[in-house]
Design a binder for this molecule. Sequence first.
Ligand SMILES: [Zn+2]
Ligand SMILES: [Zn+2]
Length: 313
Amino acid sequence: MAYVALPAATRASRLAVARSRWDAILHVRPDLEPAITLQRTLIEPVVDLSETLVQGRLPRLSLPARYLAAKLGKHVPALAAEPIPIPTPLLKPTLLMLCEHLAIGGGGDPVRHICAAVNAGTLEAGAVFAATLSRDQKAIVIGSRHRGLQSELVWLVAELTVSPFVYGLQQLILGRNAGRLDATLQAALEGWKQGYCPICGSWPTLIEALGGKSVLRCSFCAYAWTLDEPGCVYCGDVGPTFVTRAPDPSRPDRRLETCGKCRSYVKAIDVDDLSPFPLGAIADLETMDLDVMTMKQGFQRPALKAFSTAKVV
Ligand SMILES: [Zn+2]
Ligand SMILES: [Zn+2]
């Protein structure tokens, strides 16, 4: 069983869960208050945009289930290289709002420059969204450098802005809105054995361990899936240098999977419920100490996988 359905969530329920998680983190890590304050101002506009999009603002997808199942059979994510119309006028105000919040929250002038470039039209929001949706980090790096902008910041705000859209597409593909998932497509999703997301191609933010199952959570569209075989999420290695451990023996619920072969890592945490979109970011923030520790040991989160049109059906 590779495909795990997310529980239904509304704007109010997402924000309620977010608030209780932030409170719980602050209780044990008061030093994270500035980071949480910033995250709150970034997550709320994303939740709002997600709500607007699901209320009928998503495009009609002409991606037949059999076609998608064939793509997945070739290890190509459903959305890779698809010309999806992006509702740029709807997304652009969120991008500008996120830039503003990020600038106030510590991003400063480098973020204000992005805002100014988008407002002036020298950085075209639609092109940035399209590159983000197609996971084309290289296009963002080149486009940002040409304009004297910090590409990591452009990527951050663009990814946050497009994430509710790609989450909406993920839900459309899964037939969530129509209330059913095509049997052929479901079988293809259940047969998915890759560590990158079968919908959008991104790597997981982390693993949520729920009732003994390791559920990978996509860092972009929040898709939830499991892998049948143990091993490195990124390269599949199961050799002796692939290690799962809890760095703090008193917190066995927070673990790291490190791979000596590809030098990559993923965090795994025990949860009572899967995080609704977009709250995987909160668990990611709560476990940031694990990232710091692991990166010091020379492990990394790998770059996004590139899916060229040549690989597509
Ligand atoms: Zn995804
Ligand atoms: Zn590996």
